[in-house]
Design a protein around this ligand. Structure first.
Ligand SMILES: [Zn+2]
Ligand SMILES: [Zn+2]
Length: 344
């Protein structure tokens, strides 16, 4: 089968032919026939080989792709459409043995440290599969994983009802956060980006018009027409650019909250004193609890029309190079890759 792989510990990905995975009858794994897989920001980092992804070195060669939907071919869910939690727990640590899978510290990542879904077939643990309601399209279902990341960011922020919210970063995570913040009753949602026309276009189609392009003007200046110069109550960072944290604190009210979701390739030098004096809260947000996955699917059923514009391109896997180029050039909102017919 055709698979998009990291084959060497250096920049680049390779579309190669490898044998399809096999699942033994007594296995706790199932075989999933992939329908669609999203290109994530972290896939771009793996492609670029930025330092924060060097942890996958020991797993190379590995097929990447972790945001996907497919049809289970084996096991008790055979024949059902599923999305798959990419984080695989170890099953043997103290937390896992106690049944606290969210507490597992020894994880492997499908599409990072074990083979993922930029391929027609993928082997995954049965317990990672979550059934998809029939009403949900493959395109939307492929957004489940990023939506759970956005859900976790909202949870970490707390109640945003009536709050003035800034989302820094108009990519899939930022788009999801914006949609969820509006749904939660935020009084205002402003989204900023850097030269992000394609993602701004998706946001406009999602009904957001308070958009600030910081390539054209400073953020404070661009936000002013929307906020009247008032500070934000809650700011979500979804850029992966460390300096945006410094910028966010300057736009945040006293006692306000910044939720950081980006994976930052570089450290940040930050003057902490203004943050301390203003009692601003800087919070990290990463992995949602497993129980969020069925909730995310439910939410997508409800937000179907709002979320639909998030996917801008659907390409065959054989054109993975073009898909990645679009994503790298920020010429796309979300690119999905679908296995080619030849692999069916
Ligand atoms: Zn992702
Ligand atoms: Zn564990």
């Amino acid at each position: 089968m055709q698979a998009l792989r990291k084959t060497r510990p250096e920049a680049g990905l390779e579309l190669v032919d490898i044998p399809a995975p096999v699942v033994e009858a007594d296995s706790s794994d199932v075989l999933v026939k992939v329908s669609a897989t999203g290109i994530c920001g972290s896939d771009l980092h793996v492609d670029d080989w930025t330092p924060s992804y060097a942890f996958i070195t020991r797993s190379i060669p590995v097929t990447i792709g972790h945001e996907f939907v497919g049809v289970a071919q084996t096991g008790p869910m055979a024949g059902r459409r599923v999305v798959v939690r990419p984080s695989v727990t170890c099953g043997i640590c103290a937390a896992c043995v106690a049944g606290d899978h969210d507490g597992c510290e020894k994880r492997r990542g499908i599409g990072m440290t074990r083979d993922g879904a930029f391929a027609p077939w993928v082997r995954v643990p049965l317990r990672n599969c979550v059934p998809v309601p029939d009403s949900l399209s493959d395109e939307l279902a492929a957004l489940t994983e990023p939506l759970t990341i956005s859900m976790q960011a909202l949870r970490i922020a707390g109640d945003v009802a009536g709050q003035r919210v800034l989302v820094m970063g108009p990519g899939t995570i930022g788009q999801g956060i914006a949609a969820l913040a509006r749904r939660a009753g935020a009084r205002q949602v402003v989204v900023s980006g850097f030269d992000d026309a394609a993602r701004f276009d998706a946001l406009r189609r999602m009904g957001f018009d308070a958009l600030v392009d910081v390539a054209a003007q400073p953020l404070a200046e661009g936000a002013r027409p929307h906020t009247g110069g008032e500070p934000f109550d809650v700011i979500f960072e979804a850029t992966g650019v460390p300096e945006t944290i410094t910028e966010s604190l300057a736009l945040l009210r006293r006692n306000g909250i910044v939720v950081v979701t980006g994976i930052h390739a570089r450290p940040l030098l930050l003057d902490l004193t203004p943050m301390v004096r203003n009692q601003q809260q800087l919070r990290g947000s990463f992995r949602p609890p497993e129980s969020d996955w069925p909730l995310a699917l439910e939410l997508m059923g409800e937000m179907d029309a709002v979320m639909r514009p998030m996917v801008s391109h659907v390409l065959p896997l054989s054109q993975a190079g073009e898909g990645f180029a679009l994503a790298h050039a920020k010429a796309a909102s979300k690119v999905l890759l679908k296995p080619d017919a030849r692999d069916e």
